[in-house]
Design a protein around this ligand. Structure first.
Ligand SMILES: Cc1cc2nc3c(=O)[nH]c(=O)nc-3n(C[C@H](O)[C@H](O)[C@H](O)COP(=O)(O)O)c2cc1C
Length: 339
């Protein structure tokens, strides 16, 4: 393979060569038979774009807004744990690349960089904080307070993880967090609050930031998220790492969009590897998307420059694809642009 990566798949191969087997198993794996993880990709391959031609596309932009904030592209950085296991600079590298690209980075509760440290490292960056609620509510509240004090602008509650999914690649390799790394909230050591319920959204809203619920796959839960005041919803199956056998996020998207009916912004993650994937998600009603592994592969291969390049490649792919689709901006993409 050429050493100059020209797309996210190239970065995936470079990352596999760079990472040790322990880290690669954790980052690449899904739950159970990984059916859902594969489905996320397969769903993008099944859907087809419906281009309109002879449209004036001299001025194409990928710019959009998410929760009132202007972004250079409808691709955010999903919360991903343990980024210093991918690269020594970890979340700091990711935050700087996201800031340079003009998008939001969502910092994981299980990050290897504290919220305050991230804010200091990328002061101009846009950042959201992802919340796992531990049995130890005081620890959870301490982390949220640190995020609020350091300019994070939304709280993203991950709703699909009362327990960690069963990830068999981790079991086979006897996955271990490298000894020199510390997570803000220890994913493996602290227990999650498995009694968490919709009522807890009020507790979360009490911190004064918009609440985003991540991990919704049904109309019923989308409806409840809206009733409980979510500003946005992320249609997500955690990259196929939680309940194996659930649908691809792209296939769950339309029922969620319909149930939300404009009351909240609907975002999607899972399987995004191409600019055209983003366009398919937009056509089926997503307002924007998030990338997990695509970012990780850039980070593992090349650190900050790798994440920046992945964002640049996806932005460029998307810009060209918008023009070829006959659209001048993300807002121009409609349901008629995909089958
Ligand atoms: C290695 C890894 C770690 C993750 N850690 C978290 C996390 O700490 N919190 C969270 O809400 N989601 C986490 N996710 C899920 C991502 O936020 C996102 O939903 C998923 O990666 C999207 O799928 P993709 O990897 O195909 O882009 C993680 C995903 C991966 C691959």
């Amino acid at each position: 393979m050429s050493r100059v990566p020209v797309n996210v798949h190239d970065y995936e191969r470079l990352a596999e060569e760079t990472l040790d087997a322990n880290a690669h198993a954790y980052f690449a794996g899904g739950a159970g038979d990984e059916v859902t993880m594969r489905e996320n990709r397969a769903a993008f391959e099944r859907r087809k774009l419906r281009p309109r031609v002879l449209v004036d596309v001299r001025a194409v932009t990928t710019r959009t807004t998410v929760l009132g904030t202007e972004l250079a592209l409808p691709i955010l950085i999903a919360p991903v744990a343990l980024q210093r296991m991918a690269h020594p600079e970890g979340e700091v590298a990711t935050a700087r690349a996201a800031a340079a690209a003009g998008t939001i980075m969502c910092l994981s509760t299980a990050a290897t960089t504290r919220p305050a440290e991230l804010a200091e490292a990328a002061p101009g960056g846009l950042r959201w904080f992802q919340v796992y609620v531990f049995d130890n509510r005081a620890l959870t509240e301490e982390l949220i307070a640190e995020a609020v004090d350091n300019g994070f602008s939304a709280l993203v509650l991950t709703a699909d993880t009362p327990y960690l999914g069963r990830r068999e690649r981790d079991l086979r390799i006897d996955f271990k967090v490298p000894e020199h790394l510390t997570m803000s909230g220890d994913l493996f050591g602290e227990g999650f609050d498995a009694a968490l319920s919709w009522r807890d959204l009020e507790w979360l809203a009490g911190f004064g930031l918009p609440v985003v619920v991540k991990g919704i796959l049904t109309a019923e839960d989308a409806q409840l998220a809206c009733e409980h005041g979510s500003a946005a919803i992320v249609v997500s199956n955690h990259g196929g790492r939680q309940l194996d056998g659930v649908p691809a996020t792209l296939d769950a998207l339309e029922e969620v969009v319909e149930a939300v009916d404009g009351r909240a912004e609907v975002l999607l993650d899972g399987g995004i590897r191409r600019g055209t994937d983003v366009l398919k998600a937009l056509a089926l009603g997503a307002h924007a998307t998030l990338i997990g592994r695509a970012m990780l592969w850039g980070l593992a291969a090349r650190g900050e420059e790798g994440v920046a390049d992945v964002l640049r490649l996806l932005r460029d792919e998307m810009e060209l694809a918008l023009a070829l689709l006959g659209c001048s901006s993300p807002a121009d993409v409609t349901r008629a642009h995909a089958t």
